[in-house]
Design a binder for this molecule. Structure first.
Ligand code: HEC
Length: 477
């Protein structure tokens, strides 16, 4: 067949296809190929979604609904893209963990590992940017919180935040930016990195668990040969079939929830990010005030540097996890922390509209009136007190004294947040000066640093106790 020879069959394609991989390659090697295939599913569904999607604030939400409700099979398409994105993050993470535990990154495969970490971060970036596109409440808040993370680090951080948002605030510019990054820049990066990754895997072949020291020749191959085709592709196709069937089922029976469009302030949605970012959001709640820097910069930045550095500070050149107790211990600890943080994040977002944390002493009349307004105006929609009782879209209210906030600052902030902080996303509250003064007094009573214990006061009880009826009725005991 001269045609096949013309496209380099004998010279390039055949050796590529029939490449012999290590004989005892396990099923876990399927993960990498599965990531690539899932990415192709996302590209294919994404291309069709882009036919209909309009990246502008007044049309985006509608166009996504149009896809779900009017386009033939549109809901399934969107569902596959939505669930596929989550699945890809999961698969890439599993692939990374397996590679780590097997020690497959050891020389000569350091660069393969580094391109892999880049692929992982690119996948997370695709998740973050894709998240905003439906332009609903959840998208909006996740982006506000995410984009504002760098904002605390002086001028450079502020520049990064403005660069991400395309201005001081989330707007149509943010949407165009995210759309371009999501559909052009990051997919191009991912393809390029994937090509490098696959090339390097071909250069060094898959890592053989029997290899002990880098560079040492393997004992002669034994057993049945394991080739890329047909053995590896067969396994992969089987696994991929299962994955695809799962995605279609999820798309049919658990379509992505359509939320209110961004900007409607109706307090019964849960402002929380997609599940694979929950651990990070939870982590950030443990660090408030000046400690916030540790939470984001040191831990998050440190984790990324560590991840890149894995092949360079590996404890030994041995492969296989029995030989590498320290590395495996680190990985397990890391995994346990991520799972713990994720679980805690879901557990803590739940109790909203149930109780408000107050100091365990008799509140003054003014404080009690403030507590009433705080509850009635549903500040817990976005604020926690000591990490409890609400959502954590805004800062925790238990450290206003620690942060040395004055009454005037608090009152100005609540009345018109933008007047205090230009980038504020908190709604303005048109309250009377007395009500503002009450709120300020209440917020300043939430100081638990001097031995006063916190106590949970049920929302119902607070609302039933009419303010101004005397301190006893609204006392926090
Ligand atoms: C829709 C979400 C949302 C609601 C509802 C909300 N806030 Fe906020 N609040 C925020 C966010 C976000 C911030 C921090 C940054 C900003 O302003 O964007 C904030 C900041 C604050 C601050 C400044 C904290 C500091 O450390 O400087 C105070 C005080 C405050 N809120 C009080 C309140 C009170 C009182 C209510 C209820 C009357 C309330 N907030 C309702 C989102 C909200």
């Amino acid at each position: 067949m001269s045609f096949l020879n013309n496209i380099g069959w004998e010279k390039y394609l055949k050796p590529f296809l029939y490449k012999r991989l290590p004989d005892n390659t396990g099923w876990s090697a399927v993960l990498g190929t599965l990531c690539a295939l899932t990415f192709l599913v996302l590209v294919a569904t994404g291309m069709i979604l882009a036919f209909y999607y309009v990246p502008s604030p007044d049309k985006a939400w509608e166009s996504v609904n149009y896809i779900s409700n009017e386009v033939p099979l549109g809901d399934i398409l969107r569902g596959i893209h939505h669930w596929g994105a989550g699945l890809m993050v999961f698969l890439v993470f599993c692939h990374l963990m397996v590679t780590y535990v097997h020690g497959s990154y050891i020389a000569p495969r350091q660069i393969t590992w580094i391109t892999g970490v880049c692929l992982f971060l690119t996948t997370l970036g695709l998740g973050f940017t894709g998240y905003l596109l439906p332009w609903d409440m959840k998208a909006y808040w996740a982006t506000v919180v995410g984009a504002n993370l760098p904002n605390q680090y002086g001028a450079i951080g502020n520049y990064i935040t403005r660069f991400i948002l395309g201005g001081n605030d989330i707007s149509g510019f943010t949407l165009s930016r995210f759309y371009s990054v999501h559909t052009l820049i990051l997919p191009a990066c991912l393809l390029l990195l994937m090509a490098m990754h696959i090339y390097l895997i071909r250069v060094h072949n898959l890592s053989d668990p029997r290899e002990r020291l880098a560079g040492e020749a393997l004992p002669p191959a034994s057993g049945k040969p394991y080739r890329f085709y047909p053995e590896h592709t067969n396994r992969t196709m089987l696994a991929f079939g299962v994955v695809l069937a799962g995605l279609i089922l999820l798309a049919c029976y658990a379509p992505p929830v359509t939320q209110d469009p961004a900007g409607t302030l109706i307090p019964d949605y849960l402002p929380r990010p997609e599940w694979y970012y929950m651990w990070l959001f939870q982590l950030l709640t443990y660090f408030t005030g000046s400690w916030e820097m540790i939470g984001t910069l040191v831990i998050f930045g440190g984790a990324i540097i560590m991840l890149f550095g894995v092949p360079f500070f590996s404890e030994s050149r041995m492969k296989g996890f029995v030989n590498r107790p320290v590395s495996v211990a680190i990985a397990s600890t890391f995994l346990v922390c991520i799972v713990y943080l994720t679980v805690m994040a879901y557990a803590e977002t739940a109790p909203y509209k149930e109780f408000v944390v107050v100091p365990n002493r008799t509140l003054t009349e003014q404080e009690a009136r403030g507590l009433y307004t705080y509850t009635e105006r549903e500040c817990s929609y976005c604020h926690n007190i000591l990490g409890q009782g609400g959502h954590r879209t805004g800062p925790d209210m238990s450290n206003m004294v620690k942060k040395q906030r004055t009454d005037k600052y608090l009152m100005d902030y609540i009345k018109n947040p933008v007047s205090v902080y230009a980038g504020s996303t908190m709604p303005a509250y048109d309250l009377s000066p007395e009500q503002l003064q009450d709120l300020a007094a209440f917020l300043k009573s939430l100081d638990f640093t001097h031995g006063i214990k916190p106590v949970k006061k049920p929302v119902e009880e607070i609302l039933n106790a009419k303010p101004g009826m005397g301190a006893k009725a609204a006392a926090g005991s």
